[in-house]
Design a protein around this ligand. Structure first.
Ligand code: SF4
Ligand code: F3S
Length: 108
């Protein structure tokens, strides 16, 4: 499956969700995940993300591999609903785009 990684946190542009043919993105307060049980590995979402947050599972960088399990876990979170339509990015996305270590800011 494809995986959303740290760069998405506090940005959440949502360009990715529009193109997914199987609607497998799930939305939390300041991050999205991909449900790995539904993703068909089509790769069309990858180039859509302005933060380059999306990777094929095998290409997730060292130091971000825990996001593979995190996508699976949060996809089943009762409050994380499917998202299929574009919305405005989070208001401080420009500031957060520059931040490299922000996983402690992930809200569930
Ligand atoms: Fe959806 Fe395809 Fe991206 Fe998987 S790889 S999340 S199926 S757009
Ligand atoms: Fe996040 Fe990028 Fe999608 S910032 S919401 S993975 S377009």
């Amino acid at each position: 499956a494809f995986v959303v990684t740290e760069s998405c946190i506090q940005c959440k542009h949502t360009d990715c969700v529009v193109v997914c043919p199987v609607d497998c993105f799930r939305e939390g307060p300041n991050f999205l995940v991909i449900d790995p049980t539904e993703c068909i590995d089509c790769a069309v979402c990858l180039p859509e993300c302005p933060e380059e947050a999306i990777f094929a599972e095998g290409d997730v960088p060292e130091g971000q591999r825990d996001f593979i399990a995190l996508n699976a876990l949060l996809a089943k979170h009762p409050n994380w609903a499917p998202i299929t339509e574009l919305k405005a990015p989070l208001p401080e996305h420009e500031k957060w785009s520059q931040v490299v270590n922000k996983r402690s800011h992930l809200d569930r």
